[in-house]
Ligand binder design. Structure first.
Ligand code: 5GP
Length: 193
């Protein structure tokens, strides 16, 4: 998605540890109108697919998923990053290692909101080593749901996540695929598709 690549080049900043910050439009301040364009692009890419639910993970995923879901006319379910008192009853769980916080945690989702009848589009802001997406896929599989595909706003294609997910036979649509980035020069290069 050309407009996204241009926005990343204009507003993205590269940090040590292979971290790209896009806080001005995606991860802190949210450019709602631009996310609408992202929603339309996911809708176009998954056109003709039967999808009845979008699955993401808190926190950054929620805002993106809610805007995208309007173009699919489906509800959003988000996995929580820890058990809390306000999650009732039985849950599906999956272990995840956080890329940005380097911490292990358990993703949980209530059994009330994922079932074998569900045809799920998994969404997330970034795909890096793949742990978050693998966790979400595992939650969907535990519920017996069908995984229609995964929509990623920014895939860091030089990291292994994309390969791991595609090896599981999951269709991954990434709107921008980064080939390399350098925190010393600030240079960001995209995979040419
Ligand atoms: P993974 O589990 O694929 O290693 O990492 C994906 C998760 O880590 C995403 O949900 C995202 O929140 C976060 N993440 C990974 N890489 C980056 C990055 O370069 N920048 C930002 N802002 N978040 C990232």
């Amino acid at each position: 998605m050309q407009a996204l690549k241009e926005k990343i080049l204009a507003e993205g900043r590269v940090f040590e540890g292979d971290v790209l910050k896009v806080d001005s439009f995606l991860n802190h301040q949210i450019d709602v109108k631009f996310l609408g364009e992202i929603g339309k692009e996911f809708r176009r890419r998954f056109d003709g697919c039967e999808i009845n639910k979008i699955l993401t993970v808190e926190a950054s995923g929620i805002g993106i998923a809610c805007i995208v879901a309007q173009y699919f006319d489906v509800p959003v379910v988000f996995a929580k990053k820890s058990m809390s008192v306000n999650i009732a009853g039985d849950v599906y769980k999956a272990p995840v290692t956080s890329f940005t916080r380097k911490k292990q945690y358990e993703m949980v989702v209530s059994k009330s909101f994922l079932s074998p009848e569900d045809k799920v589009l998994i969404l997330d802001d970034f795909l890096a080593e793949g742990s978050a997406l693998l966790g979400l896929a595992s939650l969907a599989r535990s519920a017996g749901a069908t995984i229609v595909g995964a929509g990623i706003v920014i895939e860091k294609a030089h990291q292994q996540g994309g390969r791991l997910i595609r090896e599981q036979g999951i269709r991954v649509e990434s709107l921008a695929r980064i080939a390399s980035m350098d925190h010393r020069t600030g240079k960001i290069e995209f995979v040419t598709d």
